[in-house]
Design a protein around this ligand. Sequence first.
Ligand code: ZN
Length: 448
Amino acid sequence: MKDDLGPYLRRTAFWMADRLRRPAVHRQLRDIADQLFVGAEGDAVKRERLQSLLEHAASTTMHYREWSGCTDLGDFPVLRKSEISENKGAFESTTYAGQQLPLMSTSGSTGTPMQFRLSRLKRCRQKAEIIYFSGLAGFKLGMRHANVRIIRNKRPLRYWMENQVLFDPSVIDEFWLVQARRELKDPAMVFLTGYARPISILAKYCAEEGDEAGMFSLKSVVPTAEGLTVDERHTIERVFGCPVINRYASQEFGVLAQECPSGRLHLNTASYVIEILALNDDHPAPPGQVGRVVVTDLFSHAMPLIRYDIGDLAILSPDRCPCGDPTPTLAQLQGRLVEMILDTRSQMISPFVLVNNLREVKGISQFRFIQSARDRYELMLATAATFQDEAVVKQLLRKYLGEEANVVVGRVKEIPPLASGKRPYIINEYLKESLRGGAWNLNFTQKI
Ligand SMILES: [Zn+2]
């Protein structure tokens, strides 16, 4: 189908301006495509980039000085967020000392916030990653799209140039829902991305208002940051009439993986070395088993991130993806560790088990489940006025958490968003506290 003039002009203007940029986005875009599709030749380039990053880190940062001459990634220590937060300066490369690179920060809403610096090349690479992976989801630069996220420095001209509409989910009320629904119904609006939970709430609202597939022009919905339940995903696909394509991305890195039509998350091996390590030690987790996602960013020269434990759990697929793309895949991204639940015997429970069970209890409209101590849990419920099944819910939770679980149920009118605007169903304060101390002394076993 022919693009209308707006997106075409915007796209042309962007690429013309990019010709003058140093570094240029188009070069990184081409490199990503090359690296994801070439075989042995690409592996040699990646090996070279990794070696150069390791050498650079050892020769220009305080933290990695003692790893000078070390060429094997496996000999480098796994890095925790708290280590960087405690001594950020030791990770900053002296090469970039004079460049006054802006200090950026992760939201820290569900984990420890972290401040980091990105070189100009890295920021350019991040842009190229978004353009590349959005392209796989049917989006072309300049097309009208909506982004659900909180942005502190709003630059209206930039949004206009990019043809982007921002849905800030700090407050999701009737006004927000009405506005967002109207924008989404614009026939030019072809792409929706951003926090999963507000997108899910929006889809549910549109369904309740009687909307159905043919009323939207969306080509795909790409949720990030929070996992969707199976039900939520189905609702979004049914109402908006387009596929949901999961993206695994983070602020300190960029796009780490994206879902293919076969439902697996293909790793972005063009920019990162991604390891899945065991829960209790730093050895690789066998494919098919849950492990921690540990990332080395081949483009993190301003502040080298080598074997950085991002705080998420995932399962590496044991075999090649049936879609034909040879890059390794995650069979499952289990989400953030601080959104995992431990039962009273410290066995890990998949959050989806609780989420799916609670969603089946009639009368519950929203909930948030918080683990505050080893055996203490709090369930925040927003319910219909007639709801009286608290005892049933407690019994249901004890079935999974253990009979001795101390479960408190509180009622609220609405579940409030976190300061970041995210609305996780599950928060594990107990794990968050344990991780802040830098300790990894919890004895995990996978229960489900
Ligand atoms: Zn695939």
